[in-house]
Design a protein around this ligand. Structure first.
Ligand code: XLS
Ligand code: NI
Ligand code: NI
Length: 435
């Protein structure tokens, strides 16, 4: 078989190595707590960035060197990319991948032609999966690139566009099912508004909910048992996206009776664009039992764009893995590198550097988070902070058995409450001890 990357299978060499094409921390079969790193981290590669992102920006054309790609919109070119991709997964030791329908197969002149193209490329994916044992973490439909979606897909004011998008999702779900996908993601794409002067918000939200209910029904019909995800993002490309942050998504899912069927796929850079920390977004979702999967990337915080950089911050990696460990690990979800190289890093080998860095960062985060949990010191301090609630009175309040009248009686009897220090700085110092 021809090889497309002049790079060996990336070995684990440990923290002492100076080899840039080696893992320092990600050692797939090393056990951390109750599972191997591979099982904890469930890394996935995003097809749209790794295979399709030319690294263009609003001011310049793409720079990415893709010597295997002839630039044509042919099925042969699309299938060749799949082979290149699986070589990359193999050499990088990544077990999962994610795709949009239109990343993997060219859009045809008609919907029927697009569907046939998709089937043909999916057959190649299936062959490669069977050959390598690689798996599909989630699939999704691209409902934002084509001009028909310029005013939204499920929230487009135009019924024909809604109908087209529904048909596209139906097919994308079916091929995801065929490939044994463990999930299916809805990222709002253009589901939002550019101006409220032309927008009937209530109607658009009702339509989005109807769309998602139809997806749930179709999953049942075809026997797809994978997890549905919503991926929050506040803006870009629209001025405001309806799935703006985790809290907005949870509220939408609850309001439209969809919460039983959806979890969240949370992306770091989207969290920061929403004005939250990733830790905040993860905790809001986990608290609601709705943290499903993670798009592991990062952004340049002072820049205000979704720069989709690879994660390199160990502190952030630790926070992410703390939440994942505390919820008992992923079930269907994983860590999908929804990230692209900088436009300046255009050589194929840069794809390796980027993914190795992301994998090592999260592996290191996993080890640190595990130590923090095992050590109990921080968890104990948090428990201690709430310990006054471990009392008969606290218990009765928490179980809804007290009234304001009774609490007033108690408060009148007692002296002014005295609170201990919150000890933020001490805790921050302790966290650094584990780094
Ligand atoms: C874009 C989103 C997108 C989703 C999948 O900002 O992150 O890549 O993950 O449609
Ligand atoms: Ni993004
Ligand atoms: Ni994403």
């Amino acid at each position: 078989m021809p090889e497309y990357f002049d790079v060996p299978v990336i070995p684990f060499e440990g923290p002492g190595t100076e080899n840039p094409l080696a893992f320092r921390h990600y050692n797939a079969d090393e056990v951390v707590g109750d599972k191997t790193m591979r099982e904890h981290l469930r890394f996935a590669c995003a097809y749209w960035h790794t295979m399709r992102n030319p690294l263009s920006d609003p001011f310049g054309v793409g720079t990415a060197q893709m010597p295997w790609d002839d630039g044509s919109q042919t099925l042969a070119n699309a299938k060749k990319r799949v082979k290149v991709f699986f070589e990359f997964l193999h050499k990088c030791g990544i077990d999962y991948y994610c795709f949009h329908d239109r990343d993997i197969a060219p859009e045809g002149k008609t919907l029927a032609q697009s569907n046939r193209n998709l089937d043909s490329v999916v057959a190649e994916f299936k062959r490669q999966q069977d050959r390598t044992g690689k798996k599909l973490l989630w699939g999704t439909a691209c409902l934002f690139t084509h001009p028909r979606y310029n005013q939204g897909a499920a929230t487009s004011p135009y019924l024909d566009v809604f109908t087209y998008a529904a048909a596209q999702v139906k097919k994308a779900m079916e091929v995801t099912h065929e490939l044994g996908g463990e999930g299916f993601t809805f990222w709002g794409g253009r589901e939002g508004y550019s101006t409220l002067w032309n927008t009937d918000m209530k109607r658009e939200l009702d339509h989005l909910a109807a769309f998602l209910h139809m997806a749930v029904d179709h999953a049942r019909r075809i026997g797809f048992k994978g997890q549905f995800y919503i991926e929050p993002k506040p803006q870009e490309p629209t001025t405001h996206q309806y799935d703006s942050d985790v809290a907005a998504c949870l509220n939408f899912l609850r309001e439209y009776d969809l919460l039983d069927h959806f979890k969240l796929n949370i992306e770091t850079n989207h969290a920061t664009l929403a004005g939250h920390s990733m830790l905040h977004e993860l905790l809001v979702a986990a608290t609601a039992g709705a943290l499903g999967s993670i798009d592991a990337n990062s952004g340049t915080p002072h820049c205000g764009w979704d720069t989709d950089q690879f994660p390199t911050d160990i502190y952030l990696g630790t926070q992410i893995m703390l939440v994942v460990l505390k919820m008992g690990g992923f079930t269907t979800g994983g860590l999908n590198f929804d990230a692209k190289r900088r436009r300046e890093s255009f050589e194929p080998v840069d794809l390796f550097h980027a993914h190795i860095g992301g994998m090592d960062t999260l592996a290191r985060g996993l080890k640190i988070a595990h130590r923090i949990i095992e050590d109990h010191r921080i968890c104990d301090l948090i428990s201690e902070r709430y310990s006054s609630w471990e009392s008969a009175l606290g218990h009765r309040i928490e179980t809804g058995k007290l009234t304001l009248v009774e609490l007033e009686k108690i408060a009148l009897r007692k002296k002014e409450p005295i609170t201990p220090s919150g000890r933020q700085e001490m805790l921050e110092n302790m966290v650094n001890d584990y780094m």
